[in-house]
Write a protein that binds this ligand. Sequence first.
Ligand SMILES: *Cc1c(COP(=O)(O)O)cnc(C)c1O
Length: 375
Amino acid sequence: MTRIYLSPPEVGPDERATLLEAFDSNWIAPAGPDIDAFEREVAERTGVEHAVALSSGTAALHLSLLLAGVEPGDEVLVPSFTFIASAAAATYVGARPVFVDCSPESWNLDPALAEEALLKGAARGRLPAAVITVDLYGETADYAALEALCVRFDVPLIEDSAEAVGSTHRGRAAGSFGAAGVFSFNGNKIITTSGGGMLVTANRGWAERARYLATQAREPFAHYEHVEVGYNYRLSNLLAALGRAQLRGLPSRMARRQQIDAAYREGLAGLPGISPMPRTAAGTPNYWLTCVLIDPATFGADREQVRLALEEADIESRPTWKPLHLQPAFSGIDLIGPGHCARIFERGLCLPTGSALTPADQARIIDIIGSQARA
Ligand SMILES: *Cc1c(COP(=O)(O)O)cnc(C)c1O
């Protein structure tokens, strides 16, 4: 039996053919027709005017903060319950993250606590220079509240939709909220270019500047002329071709992950002390990952024992994100909020959801989890 990974890529004949066509066209560069087409297709799907293909979601976050005008010494409001890239971008521009807790009802940034943080900042005469929201595990954050909050305090909102390609919120695509949205096409995301990302924005000026900064801030001269120092952040044309094929397969992959999510909910429903992550009424997620909370007293084993039992059978599962305010890299930065994210981290486990996971393999995963429960 081969190892079952958490969220492996699923590629097929369409990806292979599209990639080889790009290869044969000799557009083997961070420029080419597949990049232009991939950008158009992602922009269209997101319902946003502009998209800029980049080498990673992290690069897209970095450029977003530069576009938002975040400067050294500024503060950036970031949820604590997320992957480090959301906050690393703040560090890249010399800013300091302000970590805010999640709501236990959504696992996403709690608007009431974000408001508290903004009020505190306003009282000190020092508002954050940007708010980064995250659409965690494919669930969108509470944009009715968060958009209004950012408008009220006049702080640009950057939407980290790295995990939410394909998700929608009240009918609007994830990534389309705020001043800029960020997607990731890393290897374990719902669609992948092996590594890659996209910045989407309704602002033409921002899109042009993102493209400029991502190509070493090269000026339009025959020779290499630079007024500013930029970055080498463009996506390869080969990977854009791969991304186009993956994007075509996104609806079927989302449908498959939704089935997997439903099968976990059904298969684990009879066990004591284990509950699936919350789903919100306002969002239609892409079902990137299904996570569960395990209460050791009721379940009879803790999430680490369950993880190790799965590992024993060569099945990868992973604790939910370790909150950033608990990361040594950010020691000294406190959390605003009561610490819901820390409690979720202690009990939370992400289960395999790859779109190629077979029903038989998923049944085996559910059996192993059940075998750890109190009899
Ligand atoms: C994956 C991820 C990123 C970073 O994307 P890369 O393409 O890996 O750089 C950023 N934010 C979140 C929440 C992510 O899950």
